[in-house]
Ligand binder design. Structure first.
Ligand code: ATP
Ligand code: MG
Length: 687
């Protein structure tokens, strides 16, 4: 029996319901809607409910554009909406729940739209997408070709070049402004960078490859053409966006391009959780949203937090309350608890890892499954000691926002074969693949790719190419494979053929070929879930699977595993128990950020985001010896760490302070003596 709207939406509070019903009942008010509210107040739930309500009242799911922050979030949103509709309309008993084809990230939706309009905007429809490291490599190659690395003193490294480029593109500002504000030490390289970026853009165009930023850039520019814009607009009746505080100028302009009058446009977010300004996100997008329209957008603010216990919320409010910027009002929760959040001092990172592993197991004894627990940290590399400890104790885990499955050589090799077949003009893929052949070096590869570039049909060049003698037999096989796969794609057959071709090369190059082959088989399993080679390449490049403790790659779905995540990747999620590592000055705020006040404020929000992920148990850990990797100054060192400045004495009172555990018999822990006793300092605050 299908439920009624009343059953399904019964638990919404009054304001949430107002947002869900906005413009639905009478259809007269279709103007823009902004839901701005603190963590855990049900913004995402409200957004999902609104989508369900729209579909229930007749909206076509194929004409709803739902933009989320990560693909994972998109999948969860779709399931959530599906469940509600199932209850509302009895979907699933008589028919399958509706599919929302336009539910994804800005980047993945952009990639799909660009594919549709490629021929109208001078793009080859078979363009391939460069992941960050490919884009860096291409930047490096271009930089080398221009001789910039040698002639200009202290010219930024390829990674920094890409970061600067990306910032210019995403913030829609000028290079000199970006350098002045964010990279003053690179200012001397201004002219060289300008030349470099032009050549980089040209190289991408020539090869018909797009980097991540291009997906937004092309999309936004495409919307400036009146004809195409009208076409794209009429495809989407409703546009809804989660985590709007972390969109950048370019994304903001895309949104306005899609809905210039703001009709049927809903955005939700929290300015206190803006943590992506390092990627040019601009909190101005959400703060200025209402006034971009006439009449201005309707604003709904939410204040009741349904996620966390009252003591956790009090501590979180206190942390963000010290911010110089004004944020939305304090949140309240009616979940009382006698347990305060904890600050635990530990001698060093190794003992921190042991303590967390102990706690995780204790909580599991109490009945909190691993999957309901998460360990959060500032930077991906910070979890290394914990990963070791968990592996040693056989505690399964899965890591978000860390080293990607796709970053290993053998996976990249095979993906490059597919990319090259997809787009034979892509030089990076061609360069990588052809050099897998024994006796085929960079010089031959360069020659081959030059010839492919000159010919109208690159296949003529590959067919007529004379490889070095030693490689001639193997080259013929490779040329045959690329030619046949580029002419006709069979999916997932292409991947199987690529692996088959690659296997002997893998065995020649790597001692652990067997382990690597298992990864490739895992990839072949993942591939079956995609409808075409192009979809597979696009989605994997944009949002690759995460690393896990399971050697074979992605963990099995029914397994219980602990979540390890960077704080950035933990956005929007919640766990019963949350442990935050390295809550010390030098890490939060990061040593790298201590310059500008805005940077410090962003670090404060980062801690706020971390703390507000917790439902019932929260522990912040402060190792007293903390290893700092000083990228800018060169050389690494240990610092004697103290509790983060974001938790001064009066805020610390809202926590239970746990004394440092005395080091165990384990030599790894007891080998260094703490230089500053943070625990003692913390306790002294009570004297
Ligand atoms: P964040 O800022 O972290 O993204 P959010 O505002 O999007 O948080 P949600 O994730 O939507 O918040 O909701 C937080 C939790 O509160 C979820 O477990 C959700 O199911 C629950 N919740 C939200 N609203 C209600 C409600 N009216 N009644 C009961 N539970 C609710
Ligand atoms: Mg949310």
């Amino acid at each position: 029996r299908p439920g009624t709207a009343k059953d399904v939406f019964a638990d919404l509070n009054e304001r949430q319901r107002a947002a869900v019903e906005h413009g639905v009942a009478d259809g007269s008010h279709r103007g823009p809607l902004l839901v701005i509210a603190g963590a855990g107040t049900g913004k995402t739930k409200t957004l999902a409910s609104r989508v369900a309500r729209l579909v229930q009242t007749g909206a076509d799911p194929h004409r709803i554009l739902l933009l989320t922050f990560a693909r994972r979030a998109a999948g969860e949103m779709e399931q959530r909406v599906g469940r509600m509709l199932h209850r509302l309309l009895g979907y699933g008993t008589t028919q399958a729940p509706p599919h929302f084809p336009w539910c994804g990230t800005f980047h993945s939706v952009g990639a799909r739209l660009l594919r549709d309009y490629a021929d109208r905007i001078g793009l080859a429809p078979n363009f391939t997408i460069l992941d960050r490291s490919d884009a860096e490599d291409l930047m490096g190659i271009v930089r080398q070709e221009l001789g910039l690395a040698e002639t200009v003193e202290r010219f930024p490294l390829k990674g920094s070049c890409l970061a600067i480029y990306s910032r210019v593109v995403n913030s829609q500002s000028r290079l000199d402004q970006v350098l002045q504000t964010h990279y003053p030490w690179c200012f001397a390289a201004h002219d060289g960078l300008k030349k470099l970026f032009k050549a980089y853009a040209q190289a991408k165009h020539q090869q018909q490859v797009l980097d991540y930023d291009d997906l937004l850039l092309y999309w936004s520019h495409m919307m400036m053409d009146a004809g195409i814009a009208a076409d794209v607009r009429q495809r989407f009746d409703h546009v809804l966006i989660d985590e709007y505080q972390d969109t950048n100028r370019l994304q903001g302009s895309i949104v306005l391009g899609l809905k210039p009058q703001g009709e049927n446009l809903t955005v939700v977010g929290d300015d206190a959780q803006a943590i992506y300004s390092f990627r040019a996100a601009d909190v101005g997008n959400i703060l200025e949203f209402p006034d971009q329209f006439t009449p201005p957008a309707r604003i709904v603010a939410l204040e009741q937090n349904y996620r966390s216990t009252q003591p956790i919320l009090a501590a979180s409010n206190a942390v963000i309350g010290l911010s110089k910027k004004r944020h939305a009002k304090d949140l309240w929760s009616n979940q009382a608890s006698s347990e305060l959040p904890r600050i635990t001092a530990m001698p060093d990172e190794a003992s921190q890892a042991q303590w967390v592993a102990d706690q995780v197991l204790l909580r599991r004894e109490e009945g909190i499954r691993l999957i309901k627990q998460a360990v959060l940290f500032r930077t991906s590399s910070h979890s290394a000691p914990l990963e070791l400890e968990l592996t040693r104790r056989n505690i399964p885990f899965r890591k978000f926002g860390g080293l990607k499955f796709l970053e290993s050589t053998h996976i990249k090799d095979v993906l490059s074969i597919l990319r090259w077949a997809q787009n034979p003009r892509g030089r990076l893929a061609g360069f990588r693949v052809s050099q897998l052949l024994a006796g085929f070096g960079p010089v031959s590869a360069g020659k081959l790719l030059d010839e492919m570039e000159r010919e109208a049909d690159p296949m003529t060049a590959i067919r007529g190419f004379t490889p070095p003698k030693a490689a001639s037999e193997e080259f013929a096989k490779l040329a045959g494979l690329i030619e046949s796969m580029s002419q006709q794609s069979e999916w997932p057959g292409d991947l199987e053929r690529a692996i088959e071709w690659y296997q002997p090369h893998l065995e020649r190059m790597h001692d652990d070929a067997e382990v690597r082959l298992a990864d490739l088989e895992q990839m072949a399993r993942i591939a079956q879930g995609y409808s075409s080679r192009e979809r597979f390449l696009t989605e994997l490049t944009l949002d690759p699977p995460e690393a896990s403790s399971d050697e074979s790659g992605a963990p099995h779905l029914d397994e219980d595993y602990l979540i390890l995540s960077t704080i950035h990747s933990a956005k929007g999620q919640e766990w019963n128990a949350v442990y935050v590592l390295n809550v010390v000055d030098g890490c939060m705020p990061s040593d790298m950020a201590t310059g500008r006040e805005e940077d410090i404020e962003e670090e404060r929000r980062l801690l706020y985001v971390a703390m507000t992920r917790a439902k019932h148990h929260l522990a912040l850990i402060t190792p007293q010896r903390f290893y700092v990797r000083q990228q800018r100054r060169g050389g690494d060192s240990y610092i004697n760490a103290t509790l983060t400045r974001f938790i001064p004495g009066k805020v610390a009172r809202l926590f239970e302070q746990v004394a440092p555990m005395s080091a165990r018999g384990d030599t790894r822990v007891s080998s260094h003596v703490p230089t500053v006793d943070v625990g003692a300092k913390l306790r002294a605050m009570w004297d």
